[in-house]
Ligand binder design. Sequence first.
Ligand code: SIN
Length: 277
Amino acid sequence: MSIPNLDIRPIAGALGAEIHGVNLAKDLDDDMFAAIHQTMLDHCVIMFRDQDISPQAQIDFAKRWGKLHKHPFMPGLKGHPELLEIVKKEDDVHTLGGDWHTDQMFTAVPALATMLYAKETPPAGGDTLFSNMYMAYDALSDAMKAMLADARTVNIYTKNKGRAAAMKNDYSDGEPEEYVHPLFRTHPETGRKTLYLSYKGVTRRIAGLSDEESGPILDFLMKHATRPEFTCRFAWEPGSLGIWDNRSVMHLAVNDYHGFRRVMHRLTIEGQPIKAA
Ligand code: SIN
């Protein structure tokens, strides 16, 4: 195997890189895929520009990473049930993913990675923020790490959250349930420890603690994990394709483009049962 040298351009000190010179519709032999996969592990979130791929080609690329994951409560695109079309129209007030989170933390086996392909973007705004959860874990004091070493969080899908009109929930396959995950986890591929968290609509509390006890701890951890020096920001253009590692990042869709339309095609890849740190 000869791993190609990619043109990798980091976009921030903490995480995130653009990969240039790759045409995802043509260039994906095993060596190229191995190089892209390693770049995602190294930079946590990667972005390709100026791609022209069909829903089926996006699905085929996503399948290289693992089995596709179907959103449990949101119907997919007609003919491609795993592909979620995220639409925010000119007059929509809410957006999908507008709070810090990691994907599918409200399921038994949350997503390994997410692939987002920009179809329509506003002239400015509509960026996605990412935060490096390795850095967030590493920067906690030893005492805090020890105190929370065995902590587990209780997570559930936020049923009544405001969402753009096109993003309708469907509970015909079952109602949201609570799932418990370790607060600190070990990344199955890098072996590094991360803080594993979403906003309070999903991560409701630390198991075994009362709301009064766990609330301030979760508030502190969220503030800590989203310190500017742990983050990067992706500005999308039509044809941009981003992939992020849900095991090592949180993300947030910035809702700052009222009056404009944004359409993204999103696929998630199944993870593995989570190992505590
Ligand atoms: C998401 O949270 O998966 C959506 C991110 C985005 O639309 O920027």
